[in-house]
Design a protein around this ligand. Sequence first.
Ligand code: HAM
Length: 420
Amino acid sequence: MSTFQAPKGTYDLIPPRSAVFLAVRDTIATQVRNAGYGYVETPGFEDVNLFARGVGESTDIVTKEMYTLTTKGGDQLALRPEGTASVLRAALQANLHKQGNLPVKLWYSGSYYRYERAQAGRYRHFSQVGAEAIGAEDPALDAELIILADQAYRALGLRQYRILLNSLGDKECRPVYREALQTFLRGLDLDEETLRRAEINPLRVLDDKRVDVQKQLVDAPLLRDYLCDACKAYHEQVRELITAAGVVFEDDLKLVRGLDYYTRTTFEFVHDGLGSQSAVGGGGRYDGLSEMIGGPALPSVGWALGVDRTVLALEAEGVTLDLPAPTSVFAVALGEEARRVLFGKVTELRRAGIAADFSFGGKGLKGSMKDANRSGARLTLVAGERDLAEGVVQLKDMESGEQRAVALDEVLEAVRAQLA
Ligand code: HAM
């Protein structure tokens, strides 16, 4: 291992690409904030049982991918593999659900950890922005979240994504389907591990990527044919609401998600330019999760969008975001006196809210102008001894190349006018 290598399955966000990550987070956050979601932040680790019970004992996330640790005090913790269980735990702890304002709508942004087989688009440390609407059973809420995610991707300029939609039924109809599926799976020619999975979590077998398994699944019973009337009606309303909003989706009757808490509405946003790790976001309804972690019945729905994969999707589509240049004005000082004066001007500009930077490191004119170019600044301020003797600095427009002398005490006004 080379000394400067980040751990396997992780990478660093560095400029200029890091600015795109911030813009993606910000764009998603803007949509949910605008829809009444309040910001929540929970710890990076939780009691391991929260995820074991919430995400599901038989899921890959819990059995294979969790970073668990025992503290010196003997507590069993896990780095959070996802956000939903934590956010619900936090809402229950703070009694947010008892304040008569259901649904409680929360959004979050942060790092998540899964010990996965690392590959392009699949990391051990990744970033999500998520939204959860807790404590209401209302198809409009499911629709709201799907529409907001769609709006976020559209606002970013993404085009080549698709929305896959399914219903996983509820505690009335799913067990009946589960049994029918199990009976079907027991009759197939499957390896031992898959047969074991069929006993614990048969729906996950539908998600098996192997061609020989998929071939055998062609005639598998479909959950759609087992949905109870209430689930059918609920799903139909969700479909109608998002259709009315102009959101295009595909019914995907085999869509199952990698977490056990889902009921009824489930959806995934997939991007066609990403190869095998195509899911840029996903979510659904989790009406039973609160009870699974020891809380009261609180039907809820939410999603999480993967920031890393959204950035990859932007790159795959060749979308460049309209990011403001980090620096508007770059100051180039020639000589000690000019350094003192221009450093003061940079401070003055920054205090006035103008993004400004300075030629640090005592470089000559050529090196400093290179820095100015690299900074992307619209304007440069250049001053040497002769300018100072005349009480001026040179203000140069980097786009037009025009340059003029500006009196020292008029720099702020001149810069303001020229940037406007
Ligand atoms: P998830 O589908 O496991 O759902 O993750 C959501 C998104 O996070 C994925 O679509 C993907 O973009 C990103 N993601 C997941 N794992 C990785 C990884 N190893 N590397 C890079 N990106 C990854 C959840 O986490 C649920 N908590 C979503 C939810 C919220 N359901 C209801 N509320």
